[in-house]
Design a protein around this ligand. Structure first.
Ligand code: ATP
Ligand code: ZN
Ligand code: MG
Ligand code: MG
Length: 471
Protein backbone atom coordinates (compact mmCIF):
# COMPACT_ATOMS: atom_id res chain seq x y z
CA UNK A 1 0.00 0.00 0.00
CA UNK A 2 1.53 3.26 -1.12
CA UNK A 3 0.43 5.73 1.49
CA UNK A 4 1.11 8.78 -0.66
CA UNK A 5 -1.04 7.47 -3.51
CA UNK A 6 -4.20 6.64 -1.62
CA UNK A 7 -7.40 6.82 -3.65
CA UNK A 8 -10.82 6.63 -1.97
CA UNK A 9 -12.15 4.78 -5.01
CA UNK A 10 -10.01 1.79 -4.06
CA UNK A 11 -11.82 1.44 -0.74
CA UNK A 12 -15.37 0.64 0.22
CA UNK A 13 -17.49 0.61 3.35
CA UNK A 14 -17.12 -2.71 5.15
CA UNK A 15 -18.73 -2.38 8.56
CA UNK A 16 -18.51 -0.70 11.91
CA UNK A 17 -18.83 -1.20 15.63
CA UNK A 18 -19.33 1.19 18.47
CA UNK A 19 -15.79 2.52 18.37
CA UNK A 20 -14.49 2.14 14.85
CA UNK A 21 -15.43 2.14 11.20
CA UNK A 22 -13.89 -0.30 8.77
CA UNK A 23 -13.30 0.06 5.02
CA UNK A 24 -11.95 -2.67 2.79
CA UNK A 25 -9.75 -2.49 -0.26
CA UNK A 26 -11.50 -3.48 -3.48
CA UNK A 27 -8.61 -5.63 -4.68
CA UNK A 28 -6.22 -6.50 -1.89
CA UNK A 29 -7.27 -8.44 1.19
CA UNK A 30 -6.81 -5.49 3.51
CA UNK A 31 -8.94 -3.25 5.69
CA UNK A 32 -8.47 0.12 7.36
CA UNK A 33 -10.02 0.52 10.80
CA UNK A 34 -10.66 4.17 11.64
CA UNK A 35 -11.61 5.65 14.99
CA UNK A 36 -15.02 7.17 15.61
CA UNK A 37 -16.18 9.72 18.11
CA UNK A 38 -19.49 11.28 19.19
CA UNK A 39 -21.15 13.41 16.49
CA UNK A 40 -21.48 16.33 18.93
CA UNK A 41 -17.68 16.59 18.89
CA UNK A 42 -17.42 16.52 15.11
CA UNK A 43 -16.20 20.11 14.97
CA UNK A 44 -13.54 19.73 17.61
CA UNK A 45 -12.02 16.28 17.86
CA UNK A 46 -11.64 14.92 21.41
CA UNK A 47 -7.94 14.23 20.92
CA UNK A 48 -4.95 15.46 18.97
CA UNK A 49 -3.44 13.57 16.06
CA UNK A 50 -0.56 12.43 18.29
CA UNK A 51 -3.02 11.12 20.87
CA UNK A 52 -4.96 9.27 18.17
CA UNK A 53 -1.71 7.76 16.91
CA UNK A 54 -0.81 6.67 20.45
CA UNK A 55 -4.28 5.19 20.96
CA UNK A 56 -4.00 3.05 17.86
CA UNK A 57 -0.41 2.07 18.67
CA UNK A 58 -1.68 1.00 22.10
CA UNK A 59 -4.28 -1.19 20.40
CA UNK A 60 -1.57 -2.84 18.29
CA UNK A 61 0.69 -3.35 21.32
CA UNK A 62 -2.11 -4.67 23.50
CA UNK A 63 -3.14 -7.12 20.81
CA UNK A 64 0.35 -8.30 19.89
CA UNK A 65 2.05 -8.35 23.30
CA UNK A 66 -0.78 -9.16 25.68
CA UNK A 67 -3.85 -10.68 24.04
CA UNK A 68 -1.90 -12.73 21.53
CA UNK A 69 0.03 -14.45 24.28
CA UNK A 70 -3.17 -15.25 26.18
CA UNK A 71 -5.33 -16.21 23.22
CA UNK A 72 -2.74 -17.87 21.01
CA UNK A 73 -0.72 -16.22 18.27
CA UNK A 74 -2.28 -18.31 15.54
CA UNK A 75 -5.64 -16.56 16.04
CA UNK A 76 -4.37 -12.98 16.17
CA UNK A 77 -3.58 -10.38 13.51
CA UNK A 78 -2.54 -7.19 15.22
CA UNK A 79 -1.93 -5.05 12.14
CA UNK A 80 -0.05 -1.77 12.08
CA UNK A 81 -0.72 1.93 12.51
CA UNK A 82 -0.74 3.90 9.29
CA UNK A 83 -0.67 7.63 8.71
CA UNK A 84 -3.00 8.56 5.83
CA UNK A 85 -3.28 11.74 3.77
CA UNK A 86 -6.02 13.92 5.29
CA UNK A 87 -7.60 14.59 1.91
CA UNK A 88 -7.99 10.85 1.34
CA UNK A 89 -9.63 10.38 4.75
CA UNK A 90 -12.05 13.28 4.13
CA UNK A 91 -13.10 11.91 0.75
CA UNK A 92 -13.44 8.44 2.21
CA UNK A 93 -15.69 9.70 4.98
CA UNK A 94 -17.99 11.39 2.44
CA UNK A 95 -18.01 8.30 0.28
CA UNK A 96 -19.01 5.87 3.02
CA UNK A 97 -21.46 8.12 4.86
CA UNK A 98 -24.58 7.08 2.94
CA UNK A 99 -23.80 3.38 3.44
CA UNK A 100 -23.63 3.63 7.19
CA UNK A 101 -26.62 2.32 9.15
CA UNK A 102 -28.62 5.24 10.60
CA UNK A 103 -28.41 3.89 14.13
CA UNK A 104 -24.62 4.09 14.06
CA UNK A 105 -24.58 7.73 12.96
CA UNK A 106 -24.54 9.12 16.51
CA UNK A 107 -20.79 8.86 15.96
CA UNK A 108 -18.65 10.22 13.16
CA UNK A 109 -15.49 8.92 11.59
CA UNK A 110 -12.28 10.60 12.69
CA UNK A 111 -11.13 12.70 9.75
CA UNK A 112 -8.63 14.85 11.60
CA UNK A 113 -5.86 12.59 12.83
CA UNK A 114 -5.16 10.77 9.58
CA UNK A 115 -4.38 7.69 11.65
CA UNK A 116 -5.82 4.25 11.10
CA UNK A 117 -5.16 0.62 11.85
CA UNK A 118 -4.31 -1.44 8.80
CA UNK A 119 -5.31 -5.12 9.13
CA UNK A 120 -5.62 -8.17 6.89
CA UNK A 121 -9.19 -8.51 5.65
CA UNK A 122 -10.37 -11.54 7.59
CA UNK A 123 -13.48 -11.87 5.45
CA UNK A 124 -11.49 -12.61 2.30
CA UNK A 125 -8.96 -15.17 3.39
CA UNK A 126 -6.50 -16.49 0.88
CA UNK A 127 -6.34 -20.05 2.18
CA UNK A 128 -5.00 -22.66 -0.23
CA UNK A 129 -5.44 -22.04 -3.93
CA UNK A 130 -8.14 -19.62 -5.00
CA UNK A 131 -11.38 -21.52 -5.51
CA UNK A 132 -14.27 -20.65 -7.75
CA UNK A 133 -16.66 -20.63 -4.86
CA UNK A 134 -16.01 -17.63 -2.61
CA UNK A 135 -15.22 -18.34 1.04
CA UNK A 136 -17.91 -17.97 3.68
CA UNK A 137 -16.88 -16.07 6.78
CA UNK A 138 -18.93 -16.10 9.93
CA UNK A 139 -18.40 -13.50 12.61
CA UNK A 140 -19.52 -14.37 16.11
CA UNK A 141 -19.31 -12.05 19.08
CA UNK A 142 -19.73 -14.73 21.74
CA UNK A 143 -19.73 -12.57 24.94
CA UNK A 144 -19.08 -13.97 28.42
CA UNK A 145 -19.16 -17.77 28.66
CA UNK A 146 -19.19 -18.45 32.40
CA UNK A 147 -21.06 -17.58 35.59
CA UNK A 148 -19.28 -15.67 38.38
CA UNK A 149 -18.37 -17.42 41.59
CA UNK A 150 -20.91 -16.96 44.41
CA UNK A 151 -18.12 -15.70 46.67
CA UNK A 152 -18.05 -12.22 45.22
CA UNK A 153 -21.56 -11.41 44.09
CA UNK A 154 -24.27 -9.72 46.13
CA UNK A 155 -27.22 -11.05 44.14
CA UNK A 156 -27.77 -14.78 43.94
CA UNK A 157 -29.32 -14.48 40.47
CA UNK A 158 -25.88 -13.67 39.03
CA UNK A 159 -24.71 -17.19 39.83
CA UNK A 160 -27.69 -18.72 38.04
CA UNK A 161 -28.42 -16.58 34.98
CA UNK A 162 -25.58 -15.44 32.77
CA UNK A 163 -24.80 -11.82 32.08
CA UNK A 164 -25.77 -12.01 28.40
CA UNK A 165 -29.22 -13.42 29.13
CA UNK A 166 -29.90 -10.80 31.80
CA UNK A 167 -28.58 -8.05 29.53
CA UNK A 168 -31.09 -9.11 26.86
CA UNK A 169 -33.98 -8.17 29.15
CA UNK A 170 -32.35 -4.82 29.85
CA UNK A 171 -31.83 -4.08 26.16
CA UNK A 172 -35.41 -4.94 25.24
CA UNK A 173 -36.73 -2.90 28.19
CA UNK A 174 -34.70 0.07 26.92
CA UNK A 175 -35.77 -0.30 23.30
CA UNK A 176 -32.30 -1.14 21.99
CA UNK A 177 -33.68 -4.35 20.47
CA UNK A 178 -37.26 -5.24 19.72
CA UNK A 179 -36.92 -8.89 20.57
CA UNK A 180 -34.87 -10.91 23.00
CA UNK A 181 -32.34 -13.32 21.58
CA UNK A 182 -32.43 -16.88 22.90
CA UNK A 183 -28.73 -17.30 22.30
CA UNK A 184 -26.89 -18.16 25.50
CA UNK A 185 -23.07 -17.97 25.53
CA UNK A 186 -22.85 -20.79 28.08
CA UNK A 187 -24.33 -23.13 25.49
CA UNK A 188 -21.83 -21.99 22.85
CA UNK A 189 -18.86 -22.40 25.19
CA UNK A 190 -20.09 -25.76 26.53
CA UNK A 191 -18.16 -27.89 24.06
CA UNK A 192 -21.29 -30.04 23.78
CA UNK A 193 -22.27 -30.29 20.12
CA UNK A 194 -26.00 -30.24 20.77
CA UNK A 195 -25.82 -27.16 22.97
CA UNK A 196 -23.49 -25.40 20.54
CA UNK A 197 -25.82 -26.20 17.65
CA UNK A 198 -28.72 -24.81 19.64
CA UNK A 199 -26.77 -21.64 20.49
CA UNK A 200 -25.82 -20.95 16.87
CA UNK A 201 -29.37 -21.58 15.69
CA UNK A 202 -30.51 -18.80 18.01
CA UNK A 203 -27.70 -16.51 16.89
CA UNK A 204 -28.97 -16.92 13.34
CA UNK A 205 -32.57 -16.26 14.35
CA UNK A 206 -31.79 -13.07 16.26
CA UNK A 207 -28.29 -11.98 15.24
CA UNK A 208 -28.34 -8.53 16.89
CA UNK A 209 -24.67 -7.51 16.91
CA UNK A 210 -23.44 -11.01 17.72
CA UNK A 211 -23.62 -12.71 14.34
CA UNK A 212 -22.79 -11.81 10.74
CA UNK A 213 -22.14 -13.80 7.59
CA UNK A 214 -19.83 -12.66 4.79
CA UNK A 215 -19.60 -14.22 1.36
CA UNK A 216 -16.57 -13.36 -0.71
CA UNK A 217 -15.89 -10.42 1.58
CA UNK A 218 -19.43 -8.96 1.45
CA UNK A 219 -21.74 -8.95 4.43
CA UNK A 220 -24.81 -10.97 3.40
CA UNK A 221 -26.49 -11.44 6.76
CA UNK A 222 -26.71 -9.21 9.82
CA UNK A 223 -29.40 -7.46 11.77
CA UNK A 224 -30.59 -3.91 11.90
CA UNK A 225 -30.84 -2.38 15.31
CA UNK A 226 -34.24 -1.10 16.45
CA UNK A 227 -35.81 -2.58 13.33
CA UNK A 228 -39.04 -4.57 13.55
CA UNK A 229 -38.08 -6.93 10.80
CA UNK A 230 -36.10 -10.06 11.31
CA UNK A 231 -33.13 -10.38 9.01
CA UNK A 232 -33.90 -12.23 5.83
CA UNK A 233 -33.29 -15.87 6.59
CA UNK A 234 -34.49 -16.95 3.15
CA UNK A 235 -31.87 -14.83 1.50
CA UNK A 236 -29.23 -16.36 3.77
CA UNK A 237 -30.41 -19.85 2.81
CA UNK A 238 -30.33 -18.87 -0.83
CA UNK A 239 -26.66 -17.90 -0.45
CA UNK A 240 -25.81 -21.02 1.55
CA UNK A 241 -27.52 -23.58 -0.68
CA UNK A 242 -24.72 -23.94 -3.28
CA UNK A 243 -22.26 -24.72 -0.48
CA UNK A 244 -24.40 -27.55 0.81
CA UNK A 245 -25.45 -29.09 -2.48
CA UNK A 246 -25.86 -32.58 -1.14
CA UNK A 247 -28.75 -31.27 0.94
CA UNK A 248 -30.59 -30.58 -2.32
CA UNK A 249 -31.38 -34.23 -2.65
CA UNK A 250 -34.25 -33.71 -0.30
CA UNK A 251 -37.84 -33.94 -1.53
CA UNK A 252 -39.43 -30.65 -0.68
CA UNK A 253 -38.21 -27.16 -0.15
CA UNK A 254 -39.04 -27.01 3.53
CA UNK A 255 -36.91 -30.03 4.30
CA UNK A 256 -34.13 -28.71 2.09
CA UNK A 257 -34.03 -25.39 3.92
CA UNK A 258 -33.84 -27.15 7.24
CA UNK A 259 -31.09 -29.44 5.95
CA UNK A 260 -29.04 -26.56 4.56
CA UNK A 261 -29.30 -24.70 7.84
CA UNK A 262 -28.42 -27.79 9.86
CA UNK A 263 -25.40 -28.54 7.72
CA UNK A 264 -24.23 -24.96 7.94
CA UNK A 265 -24.47 -25.01 11.74
CA UNK A 266 -22.80 -28.40 11.87
CA UNK A 267 -19.83 -27.15 9.85
CA UNK A 268 -19.59 -24.10 12.08
CA UNK A 269 -19.60 -26.21 15.23
CA UNK A 270 -16.84 -28.37 13.74
CA UNK A 271 -14.80 -25.30 12.89
CA UNK A 272 -15.21 -23.90 16.40
CA UNK A 273 -14.17 -27.18 17.98
CA UNK A 274 -11.27 -27.78 15.65
CA UNK A 275 -7.88 -26.97 16.96
CA UNK A 276 -6.72 -24.97 13.97
CA UNK A 277 -3.64 -27.11 13.47
CA UNK A 278 -2.30 -29.78 15.80
CA UNK A 279 -4.44 -31.90 18.06
CA UNK A 280 -4.96 -30.52 21.51
CA UNK A 281 -6.16 -32.25 24.60
CA UNK A 282 -9.71 -32.11 25.84
CA UNK A 283 -10.52 -30.79 29.27
CA UNK A 284 -12.80 -33.38 30.77
CA UNK A 285 -14.99 -30.98 32.69
CA UNK A 286 -15.04 -27.25 32.79
CA UNK A 287 -14.76 -26.34 36.45
CA UNK A 288 -17.84 -27.45 38.27
CA UNK A 289 -20.63 -28.28 35.81
CA UNK A 290 -22.76 -25.92 37.90
CA UNK A 291 -21.04 -22.84 36.54
CA UNK A 292 -21.58 -23.76 32.93
CA UNK A 293 -25.37 -23.91 32.80
CA UNK A 294 -27.52 -20.82 32.63
CA UNK A 295 -31.03 -21.04 34.01
CA UNK A 296 -32.32 -18.63 31.40
CA UNK A 297 -31.17 -20.79 28.51
CA UNK A 298 -34.11 -22.51 26.88
CA UNK A 299 -31.94 -25.49 26.01
CA UNK A 300 -33.46 -28.49 27.68
CA UNK A 301 -30.79 -30.34 29.65
CA UNK A 302 -32.75 -33.57 29.32
CA UNK A 303 -32.05 -33.47 25.59
CA UNK A 304 -28.35 -34.04 26.05
CA UNK A 305 -27.58 -37.44 24.60
CA UNK A 306 -23.85 -37.35 25.00
CA UNK A 307 -22.21 -35.92 28.09
CA UNK A 308 -20.17 -32.75 27.79
CA UNK A 309 -16.61 -33.47 26.77
CA UNK A 310 -15.61 -29.88 27.25
CA UNK A 311 -13.73 -27.74 24.79
CA UNK A 312 -10.50 -28.92 23.15
CA UNK A 313 -7.71 -26.97 24.83
CA UNK A 314 -6.41 -25.44 21.64
CA UNK A 315 -9.77 -24.43 20.21
CA UNK A 316 -10.50 -20.76 19.78
CA UNK A 317 -13.43 -20.93 22.22
CA UNK A 318 -11.30 -22.52 24.94
CA UNK A 319 -8.66 -19.82 24.66
CA UNK A 320 -11.24 -17.04 24.77
CA UNK A 321 -13.01 -18.58 27.76
CA UNK A 322 -9.75 -19.01 29.68
CA UNK A 323 -8.94 -15.36 29.13
CA UNK A 324 -12.43 -14.23 30.13
CA UNK A 325 -12.02 -16.21 33.34
CA UNK A 326 -9.16 -13.95 34.42
CA UNK A 327 -12.09 -12.01 35.81
CA UNK A 328 -12.10 -14.07 39.01
CA UNK A 329 -13.67 -11.53 41.37
CA UNK A 330 -16.57 -10.24 39.28
CA UNK A 331 -16.98 -6.48 38.99
CA UNK A 332 -18.33 -6.41 42.55
CA UNK A 333 -15.23 -8.02 44.01
CA UNK A 334 -12.95 -6.00 41.78
CA UNK A 335 -14.38 -2.56 42.45
CA UNK A 336 -12.82 -2.10 45.93
CA UNK A 337 -9.42 -2.93 44.41
CA UNK A 338 -10.03 -0.40 41.65
CA UNK A 339 -10.77 2.20 44.33
CA UNK A 340 -7.57 1.26 46.13
CA UNK A 341 -5.56 1.82 42.95
CA UNK A 342 -7.36 5.08 42.24
CA UNK A 343 -6.60 6.34 45.74
CA UNK A 344 -2.97 5.30 45.40
CA UNK A 345 -2.70 7.22 42.11
CA UNK A 346 -4.18 10.30 43.71
CA UNK A 347 -1.60 10.11 46.49
CA UNK A 348 1.28 9.23 44.18
CA UNK A 349 0.49 10.46 40.64
CA UNK A 350 3.91 9.39 39.36
CA UNK A 351 3.05 5.76 40.09
CA UNK A 352 0.72 5.78 37.08
CA UNK A 353 3.66 5.15 34.79
CA UNK A 354 5.37 2.46 36.89
CA UNK A 355 2.10 0.58 37.32
CA UNK A 356 1.42 0.88 33.56
CA UNK A 357 -2.15 2.01 34.10
CA UNK A 358 -2.47 3.31 30.52
CA UNK A 359 0.23 1.06 29.12
CA UNK A 360 2.66 0.67 27.57
CA UNK A 361 1.20 -2.72 26.79
CA UNK A 362 4.43 -4.65 26.65
CA UNK A 363 5.84 -7.84 28.20
CA UNK A 364 6.16 -6.11 31.56
CA UNK A 365 2.42 -5.43 31.52
CA UNK A 366 1.69 -9.07 30.75
CA UNK A 367 4.03 -10.14 33.53
CA UNK A 368 2.28 -7.85 36.01
CA UNK A 369 -1.01 -9.59 35.45
CA UNK A 370 0.40 -13.09 35.22
CA UNK A 371 2.52 -12.87 38.37
CA UNK A 372 -0.36 -11.73 40.55
CA UNK A 373 -0.07 -12.96 44.17
CA UNK A 374 -2.64 -15.68 44.92
CA UNK A 375 -3.98 -13.87 47.98
CA UNK A 376 -4.75 -10.21 48.59
CA UNK A 377 -1.73 -9.07 50.59
CA UNK A 378 -3.03 -5.51 50.70
CA UNK A 379 -0.34 -4.31 48.30
CA UNK A 380 -1.08 -1.94 45.45
CA UNK A 381 0.69 -4.47 43.21
CA UNK A 382 -1.99 -7.05 43.95
CA UNK A 383 -4.78 -4.54 43.32
CA UNK A 384 -3.22 -3.39 40.04
CA UNK A 385 -2.69 -6.97 38.86
CA UNK A 386 -6.35 -7.79 39.49
CA UNK A 387 -7.46 -4.62 37.68
CA UNK A 388 -5.20 -5.48 34.72
CA UNK A 389 -6.60 -9.03 34.69
CA UNK A 390 -10.12 -7.70 34.75
CA UNK A 391 -9.49 -5.37 31.83
CA UNK A 392 -7.95 -8.18 29.78
CA UNK A 393 -10.98 -10.35 30.59
CA UNK A 394 -13.27 -7.52 29.48
CA UNK A 395 -11.54 -7.43 26.12
CA UNK A 396 -11.99 -11.20 25.78
CA UNK A 397 -15.70 -10.82 26.62
CA UNK A 398 -16.09 -8.27 23.86
CA UNK A 399 -14.03 -9.72 21.02
CA UNK A 400 -15.31 -11.41 17.89
CA UNK A 401 -14.38 -14.69 16.26
CA UNK A 402 -14.14 -14.81 12.49
CA UNK A 403 -14.52 -18.33 11.15
CA UNK A 404 -13.51 -18.72 7.52
CA UNK A 405 -14.95 -21.64 5.59
CA UNK A 406 -13.21 -22.29 2.32
CA UNK A 407 -14.87 -24.95 0.18
CA UNK A 408 -12.30 -27.58 -0.70
CA UNK A 409 -12.53 -29.24 -4.08
CA UNK A 410 -11.39 -32.71 -3.09
CA UNK A 411 -13.66 -34.87 -0.96
CA UNK A 412 -11.07 -36.15 1.40
CA UNK A 413 -12.04 -35.40 4.92
CA UNK A 414 -12.51 -38.12 7.45
CA UNK A 415 -12.97 -37.27 11.07
CA UNK A 416 -14.75 -38.82 13.95
CA UNK A 417 -17.70 -36.44 13.77
CA UNK A 418 -18.67 -38.13 10.53
CA UNK A 419 -19.73 -41.34 12.14
CA UNK A 420 -22.27 -39.62 14.35
CA UNK A 421 -23.60 -37.64 11.42
CA UNK A 422 -23.94 -40.72 9.30
CA UNK A 423 -26.33 -42.09 11.86
CA UNK A 424 -28.53 -39.07 11.27
CA UNK A 425 -28.50 -39.36 7.51
CA UNK A 426 -26.58 -40.95 4.70
CA UNK A 427 -25.04 -37.91 3.11
CA UNK A 428 -21.51 -36.72 3.58
CA UNK A 429 -21.19 -33.24 4.97
CA UNK A 430 -19.54 -30.82 2.55
CA UNK A 431 -15.80 -30.43 2.79
CA UNK A 432 -14.40 -27.11 3.92
CA UNK A 433 -11.09 -26.00 5.24
CA UNK A 434 -11.58 -23.89 8.33
CA UNK A 435 -9.63 -21.20 10.03
CA UNK A 436 -10.49 -19.03 12.97
CA UNK A 437 -9.26 -15.57 13.91
CA UNK A 438 -10.04 -13.25 16.77
CA UNK A 439 -10.69 -9.58 16.16
CA UNK A 440 -11.56 -6.44 18.09
CA UNK A 441 -8.95 -6.68 20.84
CA UNK A 442 -8.83 -3.10 22.08
CA UNK A 443 -7.71 -2.42 25.65
CA UNK A 444 -10.60 -1.25 27.85
CA UNK A 445 -9.82 2.00 29.65
CA UNK A 446 -8.96 1.88 33.36
CA UNK A 447 -11.61 4.46 34.17
CA UNK A 448 -14.38 2.48 32.50
CA UNK A 449 -14.55 0.26 35.59
CA UNK A 450 -16.98 2.41 37.65
CA UNK A 451 -19.27 2.45 34.61
CA UNK A 452 -19.10 -1.33 34.50
CA UNK A 453 -20.25 -1.54 38.10
CA UNK A 454 -23.20 0.80 37.48
CA UNK A 455 -24.23 -1.09 34.35
CA UNK A 456 -24.03 -4.39 36.22
CA UNK A 457 -26.32 -3.06 38.93
CA UNK A 458 -28.82 -1.72 36.38
CA UNK A 459 -28.92 -5.00 34.49
CA UNK A 460 -29.47 -7.11 37.59
CA UNK A 461 -32.11 -4.76 39.01
CA UNK A 462 -33.93 -4.68 35.70
CA UNK A 463 -33.84 -8.46 35.42
CA UNK A 464 -35.22 -8.95 38.89
CA UNK A 465 -37.86 -6.25 38.40
CA UNK A 466 -39.15 -7.06 34.93
CA UNK A 467 -39.75 -10.64 35.93
CA UNK A 468 -36.86 -11.94 33.93
CA UNK A 469 -37.14 -14.84 36.30
CA UNK A 470 -40.51 -15.68 34.73
CA UNK A 471 -40.47 -17.91 31.67
P1 ATP B 1 -17.47 -3.18 18.96
O1 ATP B 1 -18.63 -2.26 19.01
O2 ATP B 1 -17.88 -4.63 18.82
O3 ATP B 1 -16.47 -2.98 20.07
P2 ATP B 1 -15.50 -1.95 17.25
O4 ATP B 1 -16.01 -0.58 17.05
O5 ATP B 1 -14.42 -2.15 18.24
O6 ATP B 1 -16.71 -2.93 17.57
P3 ATP B 1 -14.57 -3.89 15.28
O7 ATP B 1 -15.40 -4.95 15.89
O8 ATP B 1 -13.11 -4.06 15.37
O9 ATP B 1 -15.02 -2.44 15.81
O10 ATP B 1 -14.91 -3.72 13.73
C1 ATP B 1 -16.23 -3.50 13.28
C2 ATP B 1 -16.62 -4.56 12.27
O11 ATP B 1 -15.74 -4.47 11.14
C3 ATP B 1 -16.44 -5.98 12.79
O12 ATP B 1 -17.60 -6.40 13.47
C4 ATP B 1 -16.18 -6.76 11.50
O13 ATP B 1 -17.39 -7.10 10.86
C5 ATP B 1 -15.42 -5.76 10.65
N1 ATP B 1 -13.97 -5.97 10.77
C6 ATP B 1 -13.15 -5.51 11.72
N2 ATP B 1 -11.87 -5.89 11.54
C7 ATP B 1 -11.88 -6.66 10.41
C8 ATP B 1 -10.88 -7.37 9.67
N3 ATP B 1 -9.60 -7.39 10.05
N4 ATP B 1 -11.27 -8.04 8.57
C9 ATP B 1 -12.55 -8.03 8.17
N5 ATP B 1 -13.53 -7.39 8.81
C10 ATP B 1 -13.21 -6.70 9.93
ZN1 ZN C 1 -27.43 -17.39 29.54
MG1 MG D 1 -16.56 -5.49 17.46
MG1 MG E 1 -14.44 -3.12 20.09
Amino acid sequence: MELDKMDENDWKYHGEGNKSLVVSHVQHPRVLRLLKYPAEDSENPPQTAEQAYRQIQNIVDFSSNVMSSLLGEKFIHSGEVVKLPLEFVRQLSIKVQHQRPAWRCDKVMDIYSGCALCLPNLTSPALHQPTHTPPLCIEIKPKCGFLPSPKHVSKDIKTKVCRYCMHQHYKVANGKWKRRSFYCPLDLFSGNRQRMHFAIKHLIEEPQNNFKVFKGGQCIYSSKEGSDESPDMNSLLHHLRPYFLHANNRMNCHVTCKAVLNDFIQVLVNALLSSGGGDGGVVADRQAEGRSFCEASIFNKERIRHGSRGLPTDSVLFRILQTQMLDTLDIEGLYPLYRQVEQHLQDFPKERTRLQIEGPYNEAFLEKLQKCPAEDDGSVEYAVAKVHQYRVAMTAKDCSIMVALVPSSEEEEDNESLSSQRQLRDFRPPAFSYSASILDLDPKPFDSIPRQLRLDQKIVTCYLRTGGALP
